[in-house]
Design a protein around this ligand. Structure first.
Ligand SMILES: Cc1ncc(COP(=O)(O)O)c(C=O)c1O
Length: 454
């Protein structure tokens, strides 16, 4: 199956300026009947009718190019027929089995293990969400090392359940729910555009990693020896932050030196997103524990898990349980999706197309006074909006304006970053060169129009 044929042929197509009348009715109903905590429709006001490949149609008949990809879930494309076929076959056989073995589960586990480094030879299917994979990873680390502290990074996002939220840096997400887990400490990530140490990547000595070592080495750092350091090899919600090349390798060395486990959270960056099956593969580093979810469920069937080294598999049966330790339909869909990724060489496509998209974004960065930095790896891209390039003052209002312009002109994008000032692109990896080019032109117009309006 040629993945280039998966999307709707005509996109973008705007019939009624979004949100159209029908979308508005859905949105009104949602506002009146669902919790005010609902958030995505606030930025992308629309109701979805159907979606294919890298395109989404709303209930008013508008067709969008999708640079959002269900927040990194839709790597193999919306409604991928190969995945849907596998899911339907499983639905008609049976759909729930806790963690009792079955052919679908076995196929998924077998395939995943062939895609992971040889030393990561144990898998645990966690609950349905990425947050729960993070909870499981934290428990596995603590069970093995018997130390409560954990270290995470500034700009991190690891989820919303209390444990995972403790490891997430955004105060906006957590300050109303404190205290969360105690003994979680944050150290700077290699966010070179806003280096915490005021250094330039060309000349720095990866001071952020040095600082991690300092915290572990100095008995007066105030940080107890942790069970694990948890890191995203490329930060997602933190603003598509690509760390200095030496950062993750140094973190690995430091963890080894101080007998601390290294958890790499691949929930967002995994499954070919960055041009490799897993983003840690860019670093030459092998983690002790890897968390995964999102694209693992194929086309949005919820599932999550973690892979880890056999020597960590010390916990007894039942140490981390629940009703949904996986989902049989998601196993089948996930297995079909992995096969599709490999057969279609989606990693290579993401890498090549990502490079050409980044080149275009770099041109936009050069031409525009409000684009501080365009960055990315594969199809995990970000554009940081600033009031001006000298002060680098974050401009979340520009990011919101650009998102709205894009939406109204047929392109779906997301916003993230420390200051909500990064336009983020996570398109389905089946997006074609043509759709990517059209989407980027809408984005370029959005930047120009926003800059002119200030
Ligand atoms: C890196 C990372 N970890 C964990 C999570 C949490 O996953 P979920 O939203 O499925 O709980 C996310 C979600 O965006 C993520 O990006």
């Amino acid at each position: 199956m040629d993945f280039r044929q998966l999307s709707f042929p005509e996109a973008p197509l705007i019939k009624a300026v979004p949100p159209g009348q029908k979308s508005k009715e859905f949105l009104d109903f949602q506002t009146s009947s669902e919790s005010s905590a609902v958030s995505y429709p606030k930025g992308l006001p629309m109701a979805v009718q159907k979606a294919k490949g890298a395109t989404v149609e709303d209930v008013d008949g508008n067709v969008y190019i999708d640079f959002f990809g269900g927040a990194g879930v839709m790597n193999v494309g919306h409604s991928n027929p190969q995945v849907i076929e596998a899911a339907l076959k499983q639905i008609s056989a049976f759909t729930h089995s806790l963690d009792i073995p079955n052919p679908a589960r076995r196929s998924l586990v077998e395939t995943l293990l062939t895609l992971l480094p040889g030393s990561m030879n144990k898998l645990y299917i966690a609950g349905p969400t990425g947050s729960e994979a993070v909870e499981a990873a934290m428990k596995l680390a603590k069970y093995n090392k018997k130390r409560p502290p954990m270290i995470a990074f500034e700009g991190s996002y690891h989820g919303m359940t209390s444990g995972a939220l403790s490891l997430t840096s955004s105060l906006g997400f957590k300050e109303d729910f404190l205290p969360l887990l105690s003994e979680v400490h944050f150290v700077p990530y290699a966010y070179c555009y806003r280096c915490a140490f005021g250094r330039k990547p060309e000349t720095c000595e990866v001071d952020c990693a040095k600082y991690l070592e300092h915290v572990l080495e100095d008995p007066h750092s105030g940080v107890g020896k942790p069970s694990a350091v948890i890191v995203e090899a490329i930060q997602g919600e933190g603003g598509s932050v690509i760390p200095h090349d030496l950062f993750i390798p140094r973190v690995r060395e430091i963890c080894d030196k101080y007998d601390v486990l290294l958890i790499v959270d691949e929930v967002q960056a995994g499954f070919c997103r960055t041009g490799k099956m897993f983003s840690f593969e860019h670093t030459g580093v092998i983690p002790d524990i890897v968390t995964m979810s999102k694209a693992l469920g194929g086309v949005g069937f919820p599932i999550s898990g973690m892979a880890f080294k056999q020597e960590l598999d010390t916990w007894p049966p039942g140490k981390h349980i629940g009703t949904f330790r996986g989902n049989v339909v998601a196993y089948a869909a996930g297995h079909a999706a992995l096969q599709f990724m490999v057969a279609s060489n989606l990693a290579e496509h993401a890498s090549e197309l990502g490079q050409s998209m980044l080149s275009r974004l770099k041109e936009i960065e050069k031409e525009s006074g409000i684009v501080g930095e365009a960055r990315g790896k594969g199809l995990m891209l970000g554009v940081e909006l600033v009031l001006d390039k000298t002060s680098k003052k974050p401009a979340p209002e520009f990011a919101r304006q650009i998102r709205t312009f894009c939406h109204q002109n047929g392109l779906l994008i997301e916003i993230g970053g420390h200051y909500d000032n990064v336009a983020r692109f996570l398109p389905p990896l089946v997006i074609t060169e043509d759709l990517a080019r059209k989407g980027l032109e809408i984005f370029a117009d959005a930047v120009t129009s926003t800059e002119k309006s200030r």
